[in-house]
Ligand binder design. Structure first.
Ligand code: NAP
Length: 280
């Protein structure tokens, strides 16, 4: 069994991005800019945003931090998005979710210029992903593909089973795997005989949000197991996969923490660099 080291791979991605940013700065005199928008004072969201801004600075990106109070109105947020859309130094816009109840998240995400939509959630980019020509694709799913590629795991012709159909993980990772010529099966809460379906997987992706959901009897000998889940059990982070027994059957497996998680921020930065390059 090979343990997929997301920390190491994400550090390599960040180094590559820092190097490319430095070269582009020398050539063009410009640098990529990411604007983060945090509304309210949710502590977990604040940590996520702080990490994103910190990574920006480490890579030589410009970071534009926007912190708004929890009573911000939808109009006020839309007007900030407008400003960021027209700011030529901002190449990526990240609105940290969830937003307070008085704001319609869908409306906000749709207001972001698709060229600056580094989360890849705008309907234009979702459509492009389905067609197969998206520049900006969602970060966690793209990070999963980068992990598979890094370890030389073949995707083409393989049966990939994805448990979970969210717009953030399940659906986009399915589209990316399909684009890479996997045969895909997407499972969800109404799937019948789930164990039988997941046992047919060469590549099994768990994006359910339930600790220890994927048990040993759901996995075939030699399967590649990617655990997207982040669950807190007794104050400890744990994935969706029952790691110990499943790792004995898997050929490759991601740990939690240290697997898919670290790739998400790295891919956000990669998307910002892509948006920047597309703009020059
Ligand atoms: P989500 O929107 O809650 O979706 C969960 C999916 O699991 C749904 O499609 C649901 O099916 C399915 N599901 C629930 N119970 C099931 C069951 N008994 N059998 C089969 N399928 C079942 O979650 P998400 O946003 O995709 O996130 C999934 C997990 O990944 C969470 O733990 C989240 O924290 C984590 N996550 C991690 C990262 C990262 O950077 N590592 C990024 C994003 C998310 P229905 O559609 O039928 O309800």
């Amino acid at each position: 069994m090979v343990l997929i080291d997301g920390k190491k791979v994400s550090a390599e991605v960040r180094n590559r991005l820092a190097e490319e940013t430095k070269n582009l700065k020398e050539k063009t005199g410009k640098e990529p800019g990411l604007a983060t928008v945090l509304v309210g004072d949710d502590p977990a969201s604040a940590v996520y945003v702080r990490n994103k801004n910190k990574t920006c600075r480490e890579l030589g990106f410009q970071s534009f931090e926007n912190q708004l109070s929890s009573d911000t109105t939808e109009e006020q947020l839309l007007s900030l998005i407008d400003e960021l859309n027209s700011n030529p130094n901002v190449h990526g816009i990240l609105v940290q979710l969830p937003l307070p109840d008085q704001i319609d998240s869908e409306k906000i995400l749709q207001a972001i210029d698709p060229k600056k939509d580094v989360d890849g959630f705008h309907p234009v980019n979702v459509g492009k992903l389905v067609v197969g020509n998206a520049l900006l694709t969602p970060c966690t799913p793209t990070g999963i593909i980068e992990l598979l590629d890094h370890y030389g795991i073949e995707i083409s012709g393989k049966h990939a089973v994805i448990v979970g159909r969210s717009n953030i993980v399940g659906k986009p990772v399915s589209m990316l795997l399909l684009q890479r010529n996997a045969t895909i099966t997407i499972c969800h809460s109404r799937t019948r005989n789930l164990e039988e379906v997941t046992r047919g997987a060469d590549i099994l992706i768990a994006a359910v949000g339930r600790a220890h959901f994927v048990t040993e009897n759901m996995v075939s000998e030699g399967a590649v197991v990617i655990d997207v889940g982040i669950n807190r059990v007794d104050g400890k982070l744990t994935g969706d996969v029952d790691f110990e027994p499943v790792s004995k059957k898997a050929s490759y497996i991601t740990p939690v923490p240290g697997g898919v998680g670290p790739m998400t921020i790295a891919l956000l930065m990669e998307n910002t660099l892509k948006a920047f390059k597309d703009s020059i």
